[in-house]
Design a protein around this ligand. Sequence first.
Ligand SMILES: NC(=O)C1=CN([C@@H]2O[C@H](COP(=O)(O)OP(=O)(O)OC[C@H]3O[C@@H](n4cnc5c(N)ncnc54)[C@H](OP(=O)(O)O)[C@@H]3O)[C@@H](O)[C@H]2O)C=CC1
Ligand SMILES: O=C1O[C@H](COP(=O)(O)O)[C@@H](O)[C@H](O)[C@H]1O
Length: 500
Amino acid sequence: MKSNKKADATIIIIFGGTGDLAKRKLLPAFYNLFLEDWMPDKFAIIGLGRTPLDDEQYRERLHEGLVEFSRTKPDKSKWDSFKPAISYFISEINKEGSYKELAKKLDAQDAEWGTRANRLFYLSVSPQFIEAVTVNISKAGLASDAELDRIVIEKPFGHNKETAIELNNMLTQTFQEKQIYRIDHYLGKETVQNILAFRFANALFEPIWNRNYIDYVQLTVAEQVGVEERGDYYEGSGALRDMIQNHLLQVLCMIAMEPPVSFQAEEIRNRKVDVLRAIRRIKPEEVHQYAVRGQYADGWLEGKKVPAYRNEPDVNPRSNTETYVAIKFFLDNWRWQNVPFYLRTGKRMQEKTSSITIHFRPVPHSTFANSQSDSFMNNRLTIDIQPHMDIRLRFMAKKTGLEMDLNPAEMIFDYDKCSTQTPEAYETLLLDAMLGDATLFMRSDQVEEAWDVITPIQEVWENRESLDFANYAAGTWGPESAEALIAKEGHVWAVNLHSK
Ligand SMILES: NC(=O)C1=CN([C@@H]2O[C@H](COP(=O)(O)OP(=O)(O)OC[C@H]3O[C@@H](n4cnc5c(N)ncnc54)[C@H](OP(=O)(O)O)[C@@H]3O)[C@@H](O)[C@H]2O)C=CC1
Ligand SMILES: O=C1O[C@H](COP(=O)(O)O)[C@@H](O)[C@H](O)[C@H]1O
């Protein structure tokens, strides 16, 4: 969460510097921070990988990434001033010798600047390498200063609760908790951060933000893309681990948390972990009542035929991996007792859209005769996270005319009307990591609680044999069972309603 200050001298060391994430997200984020004068006055970016490249060839690769993925296209003179800070270091993760050489490079940079710089170790590598990198960093004494040195860990953080605990234990042998930045890029999204401002900087909403006024809450993260080139990873993950365990549960925390006393990282994280602890654990025998899963069949998206999940590259043709999940959660605390929180996410859905919808209770007594259905008359607050970013409040208003007839109307805050460009999530998060602000990163207990929430579902799904996959066509809103899941309560998925 940015203040107006810049970080002190910083060296960013990217393990996996030749990988997709570095090219697609990390370097464009650093470049845009540089353009907007957020990078430290002294900074260096060292990319690591085994691919034989020299500095100039590495910079050229990253430049291609900027052209393709950056929200601002690279300007020649700006790129020329940015690129000397980038260098490449050929290294094998498992070889201790590489880290000794890296130590020399880091020390030389410190000597040149005349100061011990902050070191930000970014692990943009497959999770199987986290232990080797951490142990070797420790052996080579690269992270000797708990105040200056930090490590950023990408998702997935563990494969289940047990492995997440093991990973936390392993990391804390080298790093203190305050040095560990577990990234969840949803927390860096502008609209997700705005939930905190919306809830806690306005007196208007807090009094009604509870079970007395809110009927139910929905969170949808729908993607049009399929599994793309990530079949190998996704087969071992599925939508529950890939999206619910992290992004959707983190957003749920922002919606449901109690007002924090301050905006200190620990305070915010304490309030969020309270929410995760309050989520009622689903018993194995109840999983079918609370959760549904799906897998896409072939279908049509925007006029193009797209293949079924089982026909995607690196996917088992008899795969049981879910590409769609919908879950009904309850929170056992005073604020939210008996308010359903519906979470759903899926690939190959009809629209790309991520949004939160708060459905308010109906008026206690209906004064007006109206042709609209009751649920359509209820107030509704929608926070559109992406691709369109806005906050919309639906209320009933009188239809212009001589009769007293009602119509829904909307008050809209539209980000498109703001003059400043919206930063990418990785820009916010990388800046925070450089500044040492962990507010938007996950603490160990948050990750473990989030795994705990999904464990029963995960275990039942992994052990159940008969599946009727594929059960939704690509280009639709997912399996029919997801509609049934909430129809039982007389509820309806808001996005479907919205797009009709
Ligand atoms: N790509 C994305 O959009 C996202 C990625 N992530 C996470 O980020 C991490 C990185 O993903 P991604 O960039 O896609 O992965 P890639 O497969 O594209 O890149 C892997 C990187 O690891 C390096 N590497 C692999 N083995 C070794 C080794 N033995 N020694 C040294 N370097 C090695 C590769 O370098 P080289 O080949 O040069 O050796 C390459 O730079 C993963 O944890 C992923 O889950 C998270 C969210 C989104
Ligand atoms: O972490 C992940 O997120 C993306 C979706 O991110 P978004 O910012 O485009 O909404 C998802 O496609 C991917 O499977 C998952 O690993």
